[in-house]
Design a protein around this ligand. Structure first.
Ligand SMILES: [Ca+2]
Ligand SMILES: [Ca+2]
Length: 324
């Protein structure tokens, strides 16, 4: 009888212990990774920029700064030779339509939406910080975000082909990962924007007929009237591809909206940057933006121009992809 009792206890123990082991094993099993939501990267509407060297930064050339003192832009110095591998880059700035597809597919919430506000460019009577010499200025506005770019009562239904704005570097990077691409490095971006030239702008050393190529703020300038051939005809952001492209077939590398690149910003980075495929400083606090924007002057739309960025009404991005 006693033997049988021990046998039953032993069986129960075995059952309990194996049950416990099974539960433990289940708990140890790595949680299944949520499926990465990403679209297949294609090179549609991208241009292949061949490998090779170019002159990065600003040479000492006349003609580029009727609106600003050159010393404001000394982070563009010295001009130096840089080699970059071949890469693809978008012909156009990423549009509201494209960004909406990303948001619709992923449920992504931008930093401006999470924080509830962004910096809007608005007529001077409503602005808190004026853009000198113009009829426009900044206002930190609650409810402004990528899909409400002029504030909470606005929407993007009529401007789906405009570049997306009010996006942070992190927002742009999240979009890039979803698209299976990446932000261009600063060197890649500048090489692409230069279109094979060393001149102040991709069309030459003087403003000349810049209204054909670039959306800047001539329409808002009040204390200086630009020549008619510099005026571009757009008071705000233009649909992407509204102007003549550069020599590589890229649109809006000069103006329309500033564009995020991958690199951290460092004022004197060109003093010690590597020659081959520079990736920017290893660390930093702000990322670089390139190409100028619709609410600033021509100084900012030179390919050499570089500055740290913060999300606002005049800042978007385009993407790059490694060439095989
Ligand atoms: Ca304009
Ligand atoms: Ca641009």
């Amino acid at each position: 009888m006693l033997k049988r009792k021990y046998f039953v206890i032993a069986i129960i123990l075995v059952i309990v212990i194996s049950g416990g082991v099974l539960v433990w094993q289940y708990q140890q099993k790595p949680k299944e990774k949520p499926e990465e939501i990403s679209v297949k990267a294609t090179t549609e509407n991208m241009v292949l920029i061949p490998a090779g060297v170019f002159l990065m930064g600003r040479e000492n050339r006349e003609g580029w700064s009727p609106m600003a003192a050159p010393e404001m832009f000394n982070d563009e110095l010295p001009a130096h030779e840089v080699y970059v591998d071949a890469f693809y880059i978008d012909k156009y700035e990423v549009t509201n339509r494209q960004f909406k597809e990303f948001v619709d597919n992923t449920g992504y919430v931008t930093d401006a939406e999470r924080e509830g506000a962004s910096e809007v460019m608005i007529s001077v009577d409503q602005a808190t910080t004026l853009i000198q010499g113009t009829d426009i200025g900044w206002k930190w506005m609650e409810g402004a975000a990528w899909d409400t770019p002029d504030g909470p009562s606005s929407n993007i239904s009529e401007i789906m082909d405009h570049p997306v704005v009010h996006v942070t570097w992190n927002d742009a990077n999240a979009y890039a990962k979803w698209a299976g691409k990446r932000l261009p490095t600063e060197a890649e971006w500048e090489k692409a924007a230069r279109g094979g030239t060393n001149t102040n702008w991709f069309w030459g050393d003087n403003l000349d007929s810049s209204g054909k190529y670039a959306n800047i703020y001539g329409e808002h300038r009040k204390d200086y009237i630009y020549p008619a051939e510099v005026l571009d005809g757009f008071y705000g952001i233009a649909p992407v591809g509204s102007f003549q492209p550069n020599q590589f077939g890229l649109y809006d590398t000069a103006g329309n909206v500033f564009e995020w690149v991958a690199d951290w910003y460092q004022y004197d980075y060109f003093n010690n940057s590597p020659r081959d495929n520079p990736q920017g400083p290893a660390t930093g606090t702000e990322k670089v933006i390139k190409g100028g924007t619709w609410h600033l002057c021509e100084c900012y739309i030179r390919p050499a121009n570089r500055q740290p960025g913060e999300r606002n009404h005049g800042l978007g991005f385009r993407l790059a992809l490694d060439a095989e």
